[in-house]
Design a protein around this ligand. Structure first.
Ligand SMILES: [Fe+2]
Length: 247
């Protein structure tokens, strides 16, 4: 089974329209997983949800998805994020609002020994960022599957636990990796629509259970078009600027 895995689309239709055909037509994935934050920040929330509804087989909620549909507080969001959340709330169709409300916090796919959660296995609704080995150390105790895929930080990284040792592998320019049967993994696949690791290219992932091959892929997309739409929608300009900085 070959999975395509996406996360943190953040209403960026240009990025999603670049990534989705690559997964389906070039990578020929069998199933697609989304790890949340479909909306927030960008200018095309409904369009992005429609694409996810049509193509994604398993999806969990991110803090922006739940914040926008009032299932998690947004008072700790940054000012631009709060403005974008309120803007998105007004734009969403009733069906898409309900779709976000019904998303689960965790997906387990036991047959393939996988789990997905937007933030952390230990507290899925507390929206923790797993950025360091110190931070993930304890998280391996909170799932039994071989791999837990996460999003949220918008920074692709593989944490590998071998016995009691944890190593990490970043993926600023992509990554071609083989998971080992004896080890456990927490894998952040990066962000489709708002990368924050200094590389503005969209980040996403494929994982083939046949040979345990994990690829984190980076691709260019029409950033200027996404930026123009953010400006035209009168969303905060920082949300457009940061796309070309990859921050
Ligand atoms: Fe996000």
């Amino acid at each position: 089974m070959k999975f395509g895995i996406i996360s943190d689309i953040h209403s960026n239709l240009e990025a999603l329209n670049k990534v989705m055909p690559i997964l389906i037509n070039e990578q020929k994935v069998d199933k697609i997983i989304c790890i949340g934050d479909i909306v927030g920040y960008g200018a095309n929330p409904n369009e992005c949800i429609q694409i996810v509804k049509k193509n994604v087989n398993y999806c969990v909620a991110g803090n922006h998805d739940y914040g926008i549909v009032r299932k998690t507080p947004i008072n700790n969001f940054s000012k631009p994020a709060k403005i974008a959340a309120k803007w998105t709330r007004k734009k969403l169709s009733n069906n898409n609002y309900e779709y976000l409300q019904l998303l689960p916090l965790i997906n387990k796919i036991p047959i393939w020994n996988l789990m997905t959660v937007h933030s952390s296995p230990s507290s899925p609704s507390n929206w923790e960022y797993l950025l360091s080995i110190e931070k993930v150390k304890n998280e391996f105790n909170y799932f039994n599957e071989k791999i837990c895929f996460v999003g949220h930080s918008h920074q692709p990284i593989v944490f590998e636990k071998c016995m009691n040792e944890i190593n990490s592998f970043t993926a600023k320019n992509g990554l071609d990796f083989r998971t080992k049967d004896a080890n456990k993994y927490i894998i952040n696949i990066g962000s489709v629509g708002q990368p924050r690791d200094g590389n503005p290219q969209a980040s996403f992932c494929t994982f083939d259970t046949k040979n345990n091959r994990l690829k984190i892929l980076r691709v260019d997309y029409k950033i200027e078009n996404a930026q123009e739409k953010i400006i035209a929608a009168e969303l905060p300009t920082i949300l457009a600027d940061r796309l070309s900085m990859g921050k």
